[in-house]
Design a binder for this molecule. Structure first.
Ligand code: SF4
Length: 76
């Protein structure tokens, strides 16, 4: 599971935007140009879900910039 969903920076983090793009949850029309947070020293784990369909699952599993904020990704 991606740790970003419980991180205080999830709404403005450049790396989480990248993860969303790979999960195809990124709505480019709803995004305005803004300064994004650049986290320090993170690890992305990429799992192959289906070789034939080229489906990958991207998760941030470690990040020095992580600040715990349970359920932060659910808040507007
Ligand atoms: S855990 Fe790191 S990569 Fe994920 S949202 Fe927080 S700062 Fe960004």
């Amino acid at each position: 599971m991606c740790i970003c969903i419980n991180c205080n920076y999830v709404k403005k983090c450049s790396i989480y935007r990248l993860i969303e793009k790979h999960h195809q949850q990124f709505d480019i029309n709803s995004q305005k140009i803004e300064k994004l947070f650049i986290p320090y020293s993170f690890v992305i784990n990429i799992n192959i879900l289906s070789k034939s369909e080229s489906r990958l699952d991207w998760d941030v599993v470690e990040c020095v910039s992580f600040i715990e904020a349970p359920g932060k990704w659910l808040h507007k």
